[in-house]
Design a protein around this ligand. Sequence first.
Ligand code: CU
Length: 325
Amino acid sequence: MEPKGTFLLPPQASTIAPEIDALYMFIFYLSVFFFIVITAGTLYFAVKYRKKEGESFSLTSGLRHNTKLEIIWSVIPTILFMIIFAWGWKVFLQAHAIPANAKTIHVQANQWAWNFQYSTLKGIGNSNDLYIPVNQPIKLSMYSKDVIHSLFIPDFRVKMDALPGRNTTLWFEATAVGEYDLYCTEYCGLDHSRMNRTVHVLSEEDYAAFLADVVQPRKFDEIYQASCRSCHSLDGSIGTGPTFKGLWGRTSEFTDGTSLTIVGDVGAKYIRDSVYNPNLQRVKGFSQAMPTHKNSITEEEIQHIVDGLKFLDQPGEQPPSEQGN
Ligand SMILES: [Cu+2]
């Protein structure tokens, strides 16, 4: 159930919200208390010591100093301030120390949109609203492409600027499934108001479904940059491993004396084996073995790799899987 707000404050929908509200309400009621004491005192004394009918003008007494009174009005506020400081420090640390198990979502702000980026083993997904699982610490790692923006989720009681040229972070844990407002709270130009979006807090299952929906398998180029580039070149130079240039159609010779021409289904299967079981057949002349990528490359991505390698040497041609979307 979505939590309800109070007269003074919006709903508390994160773990930090009650902590921040308790401190806020302490300061608020303390201020109300002193407001009443001071205002009532002012009125009382104004009436009591007013110039009465028929009274002649007289000076107030020469009293200048009251040590007891001065100690009281110095010590009591000091104690109250120190309580607020210590309490504030404790909540500040809680709000800023990011739990080790927090899931990271990358946030890019620009005029005038939020872009939330979810990376999983299967690839990367994007959305303009924020989608998060309930009861899970979430870390937002933010930057801005242009001006200063600021991400504010009132119901979570969190706010942080997104800055150009610097990475900022923010964390929270949502406590109830539901939809919550998200604002850009730094005036950032003409369409600033278009940066008002929604946080969708989902159950674990719904979040998994969301990810499955939004995350696209990585394309050849992304996979190559992330996982293959350190050992395989595209320009024909030999690195830790053989170059990818001209790989499709090439005949590889193996350490066991056999060889294979990388074409057709056999070629596709060979590439899949090279990624998953590189020790099955070792290419001759390379001292280092290729590590398996079983846990970081999906079957769908293998297809992209095969297509990518096939079309590598045909400039202008696009592998079928990279057309359209
Ligand atoms: Cu903005």
